[in-house]
Design a protein around this ligand. Structure first.
Ligand SMILES: NC(=O)c1ccc[n+]([C@@H]2O[C@H](COP(=O)([O-])OP(=O)(O)OC[C@H]3O[C@@H](n4cnc5c(N)ncnc54)[C@H](O)[C@@H]3O)[C@@H](O)[C@H]2O)c1
Length: 309
């Protein structure tokens, strides 16, 4: 796109559609999501600094990225293993890791946060980095359930703050929700949309409302399936079969809940329930609360609605 060739590095372009070309990305949080986003950004020619709290965690993040890249290379370069190895090395050469977030953001175009889902911790992080990051740098959060405007409120760059909500596993999932608050500038929003496209994703525009689009529809659907079962209207197996065969969904709601994590679903619902206690879509489920209290979070703990070996 000509538009990109006319962009000014680390500054907003003067073309009709003003937006920042994001070349250097700092990702804070090297867990499931952060590592996936780092991999995709490095694979699409960005230089990426991946930040976490310890070298041990970062070693695990790089190991996960290498494993994923091997699978990508095996598919992409099935008949040319050397080209596959070259691809892996090229991507890894775009990646650095650090436990020092203030050093990592010195020359960055985008700070994308994928740390623990806790408002106060996210606010503290951005509030601190806001004072140290270059003026042009855009801040974005990958939060699933918190308001972007509340996270951004600890900074003085409300116009350069937005949401980039990726889906797990990031290298496989094609969607990114791009979230603008009432203060996000058009330039910032366009920059984030373009960044999503350059990553090879399909971006959709979202308002800063709970759950954006996908989770706002999916989580209440999941909860209603659980409550349907609690009311004795169907076994979980039958509800899963019904939604797979009747609605063409690849997973039933109980299988999906176990995949996402019952703790994650409960955490999201508790937050929305606190915001809108009278909304029946956000009503509690005793069964879900019980499973979470027993540490049965789904696939990741070996048991949720179903058992996993
Ligand atoms: N897991 C999903 O399916 C999913 C999907 C979309 C969005 N999200 C969102 O992405 C974010 C991260 O989720 P995840 O599943 O990758 O979590 P995770 O627990 O796998 O990873 C979080 C990482 O952040 C690190 N961390 C915590 N505080 C930090 C700090 N102050 N500085 C640097 N690193 C810090 C942790 O050490 C950990 O490695 C959350 O906001 C979550 O809501 C998750």
């Amino acid at each position: 796109m000509a538009f990109f060739t006319h962009q000014i590095r680390r500054g907003f372009s003067s073309s009709a559609v003003r937006s920042l070309v994001i070349k250097h990305v700092t990702i804070i949080g090297g867990g499931q999501m952060g590592a996936g986003i780092a991999q995709v950004a490095a694979s699409t020619g960005h230089t990426v600094a991946l930040v976490d709290t310890s070298d041990d965690i970062l070693k695990k993040s790089i190991k996960a990225i290498e494993g994923s890249l091997k699978r990508v290379a095996k598919k992409k370069f099935a008949d040319k293993p050397e080209a596959g190895e070259e691809f892996i090395q090229k991507v890894l050469s775009n990646l650095t890791t650090s436990t020092d977030d203030t050093a990592a953001i010195q020359h960055t175009d985008l700070v994308l946060e994928a740390i623990v889902e806790n408002l106060k911790i996210k606010q503290d992080l951005f509030g601190r980095l806001d004072k140290l990051a270059p003026a042009h740098t855009i801040f974005a959060s990958n939060t699933s359930s918190l308001r972007i405007s509340e996270i951004a409120s600890s900074t003085n760059r409300l116009d350069r703050f937005g949401g980039l909500h990726f889906f797990n596993p990031v290298p496989m999932m094609k969607l990114v929700e791009v979230v603008g608050t009432s203060s996000t500038s058009q330039e910032t929003f366009d920059s984030l949309l373009n960044f999503g496209k350059v990553l090879g994703k399909t971006p959709v525009s979202c308002k800063d409302t709970p759950g954006f689009i996908v989770n706002r529809l999916l989580v209440p659907y999941n909860m209603e399936a659980i409550r349907l079962h609690e009311r004795g209207h169907g076994s979980k197996e039958d509800i899963d079969i019904a939604m797979k065969l009747g609605a063409g969904y690849p997973m039933g709601p109980f299988e999906l809940a176990d995949y996402v994590g019952l703790d994650v679903i409960k955490f999201i619902m508790d937050g929305w329930n606190a915001l809108e206690p009278d909304n029946p879509l956000f009503a509690q489920s005793e069964l879900l609360n019980k499973l979470v209290a027993e540490g049965k979070y789904g696939r990741k703990t070996g048991e949720g609605f179903y058992k996993y070996k």
